[in-house]
Design a protein around this ligand. Structure first.
Ligand code: ZN
Length: 266
């Protein structure tokens, strides 16, 4: 039996994505337990910052931490709100400079349709894996988060910026030629940003997930409400565990929830 607070799964890429879940002092390679029956139990909450056991508010944090921490400020979700390049503080200027004033990548990723996104260069390809993208391509590299963010805002006129989780989980193949799409996207960038853009790697990056059976009608597990769930693990995609009965469990959106896990070998 394993027990601990949920944090998003760590990944590494080989032929397939390898998934690791840290629970308490244990580090579990989840690929090895695909085909096993798992029992998950809700055990409470633990804020990822202050360890308080009060209810999680958002992104693995209690309400107080969510509104105070520099890592959960608005510019994280909306890169165009970044201000460190102007030397303006939001919550903690040192932290913001450290994150925002690094090379950022504007990209297209295909999960069930083409979406546009921004991430720190060091997060590639992990950001794409977390979204469950089948493939992805860089549009351009920018010297900071703000420039990548304003370019994304422009491209949102033409592309989605959200992933539909249900469609993502059902999709196993891409139908879009990302290299052509990338060229079209680059031409749509405003002149100010395309002048700042560095073009690196235009080849499509492909990602294979360890999924034995894709769900046809995925239904989301609410472990807080259900308290306990037992079924056979048949795959992992994005940050979701996929079970044989088509129940799916989003690890990321349950960050800060304490669970116990029993692996019942089949
Ligand atoms: Zn807290």
């Amino acid at each position: 039996m394993f027990k601990g607070v949920l944090n998003k799964m760590k990944t590494e890429i080989n032929d397939n994505v390898n998934y690791y879940l840290e629970l308490g002092d244990d580090f579990i390679n989840l690929n090895q337990i695909i085909n096993s029956k798992l029992e998950l139990n809700f055990e409470g909450y633990q804020c990822l910052n202050c360890s308080s056991d009060i209810q999680i508010y958002r992104q693995g944090h209690c309400k107080k931490c969510f509104f105070e921490l520099p890592s959960t400020a608005d510019w994280v979700m909306k890169p165009e709100l970044s201000k460190a390049h102007l030397n303006i503080e939001d919550r903690d200027l040192e932290f913001e400079k450290d994150v925002q004033l690094k090379p950022h990548i504007l990209y297209l990723a295909y999960s069930s349709n083409v979406k546009v996104g921004v991430t720190r260069k060091s997060q590639i390809p992990y950001r794409w894996i977390d979204q469950g993208a089948i493939n992805a391509i860089e549009i351009a590299e920018f010297p900071n988060r703000f420039l990548a963010g304003v370019s994304e805002v422009e491209l949102k006129k033409y592309y989605a910026d959200k992933t539909n989780w249900r469609e993502m989980l059902k999709t196993s193949q891409s139908t879009v030629e990302l290299e052509n799409e990338r060229e079209k996207a680059f031409e749509k960038l405003p002149v100010e940003s395309s002048e700042m853009a560095k073009s690196n790697n235009f080849s499509t990056f492909k990602i294979n997930y360890p999924v034995l059976k894709y769900p046809v009608k995925p239904k989301s597990l609410n472990i807080i409400k259900e308290k306990s769930f037992t079924n056979e693990l048949v795959g992992i995609k994005g940050q979701y565990l996929i079970f044989k009965d088509e129940t799916v469990f989003n690890i990321r959106s349950n960050e800060g929830v304490v669970i116990s896990l029993n692996i019942i070998k089949s």
